[in-house]
Design a protein around this ligand. Structure first.
Ligand SMILES: Cc1cc2nc3c(=O)[nH]c(=O)nc-3n(C[C@H](O)[C@H](O)[C@H](O)COP(=O)(O)OP(=O)(O)OC[C@H]3O[C@@H](n4cnc5c(N)ncnc54)[C@H](O)[C@@H]3O)c2cc1C
Length: 545
């Protein structure tokens, strides 16, 4: 921190001074936030638990980890020089390539000198007299800052189920969200993968090619759409780069932060032949555009079922054993209401002789044993176990920090019944605290880098405006927060999303309140709302002199 003024140490903690802003997290959000604050002339200090930049792309190094948004869209737009000079190699970038990109950004904009790696923020306490936050870390450091910005990620708290006996397992086990940096070679190993969400679906085909035998323990079958990944077409790259400004504008104004052809025809108004042709075309194109084939797929269950039935027919066409095909066929949620993965050869992997699918709904896992895993009906000898069991999404990382606002009120207490925010950015009773892609914003329902840039720009502009007008603090009003929470729920309830037991609903975490956490009103509409709030002098906020 360039201008830190050292202050007296208190018992057990080292006070390292003060700065204008503390940013927690050095993923895509934290890095861009740092860059913007520096541009405003603020001093900022970033704390990052990992030993490098990258966030998601630093931690999730499992085989097959790759972005599901096309690489030309999943990249920063804030610097034209950056977007012109960087060259992506594939339609969907791999984790190593994205991590190289993020490291390049950190170097290109000289960001590392304000980042403290290997340091976890444990507490953030607001002082209403000084209108400042005191941020405390796991190595006993304390720093005072006017603004505290949480860039800690929606999917950064890996969730490992507490099976009895895990500590007795003689082999090695891994979570996809905290993968060894040296990589793992599964050659000659009997491997169990637990979980068939997006990370499981990406890693299973690759692990299957290495392992002697792969056992896939599936609780919920998932719909997945082929990625049809390929080297990036140079002509496509040239065209996009020549029109990047316009392309990015369209992304920002779109529903999900990337542009796909969206049909305005309801599925139930099309004939069965028309529907078949539309689904076939979208399947052949691959990617998230599949669920935009008709206008009513996310709102009408009968319409949705036509798309779901198409995918189940595809599964039956790919998977040779009808019983396995049926076990892989989702029947308990509408398609698209859980995070829709993109895959490469996922269903086909179950045609391999060395792959066994175990339906743990029918035959539940009872324990991990020294030699593997035991279900109610069978024992499986395993050398390695991979937990592809996801994250305590959207609130997990925030609620592991002791965040205290006015009068010592703990965020954990305030959110005991589920997260409450204004615009997903701010929380009443927690002045000068900003959350990037927090619950109540489009976040995980969008191309996240678009949502990250929007939040960072909004926060930076807000801070600049406060400073220009000599305000010490900004705080969401309780009325604005209540109104926004009601709106987020109301919009969610017009869709099929709350019908699924998804991590969007907190359903993967025992005891977590069942609330649809992201805002589903669309990236473009949401941006407009945030801009209106700012244009009206930060409507719904109190400005404190
Ligand atoms: C496997 C996987 C695939 C994904 N694929 C896509 C995709 O295809 N498209 C898409 O748009 N998004 C995808 N995402 C979402 C992805 O998280 C975002 O796109 C984006 O990378 C989030 O950036 P971030 O900076 O907000 O958070 P993160 O990248 O999660 O970074 C947050 C950082 O904060 C740090 N941190 C957390 N708590 C603390 C603390 N208390 N103290 C210090 N540091 C802390 C973490 O260590 C982490 O490095 C994917 C996520 C995962 C897990």
């Amino acid at each position: 921190m360039p201008d830190a003024r050292r202050q007296p140490m208190e018992a057990g903690t080292e006070q390292v001074g003060d700065c204008d802003a503390v940013i927690v997290g050095a993923g895509l959000a934290g890095l861009y936030m740092l860059h913007r604050l520096r541009g405003l002339g603020l001093t900022a200090r970033v704390y990052e638990a990992g030993s490098g930049v990258g966030g998601t792309w630093y931690w999730n190094r499992y085989p097959g980890a790759r972005c599901d948004i096309e690489s030309m869209d999943y990249s920063y737009s804030f610097s034209d020089a950056l977007q012109q000079e960087w060259r992506w190699s594939e339609r969907y970038a791999t984790q190593p390539e994205i991590l190289r990109y993020i490291n390049h950004v950190a170097d290109r904009f000289d960001l590392r000198r304000d980042i403290q790696f290997g340091t976890r923020v444990t507490a953030a306490i607001f002082d209403a007299v000084t209108n400042r936050w005191t941020i405390q870390t796991d190595d006993g450091e304390r720093v005072s800052a006017q603004f505290c910005i949480m860039a800690i990620g929606c999917l950064s708290t890996a969730q490992t189920p507490r099976f009895p006996g895990l500590d007795t397992f003689k082999g090695e086990w891994y979570h996809t969200g905290n993968w060894p940096h040296a990589g793992v070679d599964f050659t000659g190993q009997r491997v169990g993968v637990i979980g068939t969400g997006a990370s499981g679906i990406q890693s299973i085909p690759i692990i299957a090619r290495q392992a002697t035998h792969l056992f896939v323990f599936q609780r919920t079958p998932n719909f997945t759409i082929p990625a049809w990944n390929a080297p990036l077409d140079p002509e496509h790259e040239r065209h996009l780069k020549a029109n990047y400004a316009e392309h990015r504008r369209k992304n920002r104004e779109s529903r999900a932060g990337f542009v796909v052809p969206v049909s305005d025809t309801p599925a139930l108004e099309a004939t069965p032949d028309e529907r078949q042709r539309a689904y076939e075309a979208r399947w052949a194109r691959g990617g998230f555009g599949f669920t935009s084939a008709f206008a009513d797929l996310s709102t009408n269950e009968e319409a949705n079922e036509t798309a779901a039935a198409f995918v189940r027919a595809r599964i039956r066409a790919i998977v040779r054993d009808p019983a396995i095909a049926e076990a892989l066929s989702p029947r308990d949620h509408p398609i698209g209401t859980k995070r829709l993965p993109l895959d490469t050869d996922y269903y086909d992997t179950f045609n391999r002789d060395n792959v066994t699918l175990i339906d743990v709904r029918k035959d539940p896992i009872e324990a991990i044993t020294p030699d593997g895993l035991r279900t109610r009906d069978a024992a499986y000898a395993l050398d390695r176990i991979v937990f592809a069991t996801g994250f305590d999404a959207m609130t997990g990382a925030l609620l592991t920090i002791d965040i205290r606002g006015r009068a010592g009120c703990a965020l954990q207490r305030k959110w005991a019944e589920g997260p409450r925010t204004y615009l997903g950015i701010a929380v009443a009773g927690f002045p000068n605290l900003f959350i990037i892609t927090g619950p109540g914003s489009p976040s995980v329902l969008s191309n996240m880098i678009v949502s990250i840039e929007q939040h960072v720009d909004w926060i930076a502009d807000c801070i600049a405006s406060l400073r220009a007008r000599d305000y010490a603090a900004i705080e969401a009003t309780i009325e604005a927060e209540d109104g926004w929470v009601a709106h987020v729920n109301e919009v969610a309830n017009t869709t099929l999303y709350p019908k699924a037991n998804s991590w969007y609903m907190g359903a993967n975490i025992p005891g977590k309140p069942r609330i649809f956490m992201p805002y589903i009103g669309g990236v473009g509409a949401y941006r407009k709302k945030c801009d209106e709030v700012a244009a009206k002098g930060y409507e719904g906020f109190t400005l404190i002199a």
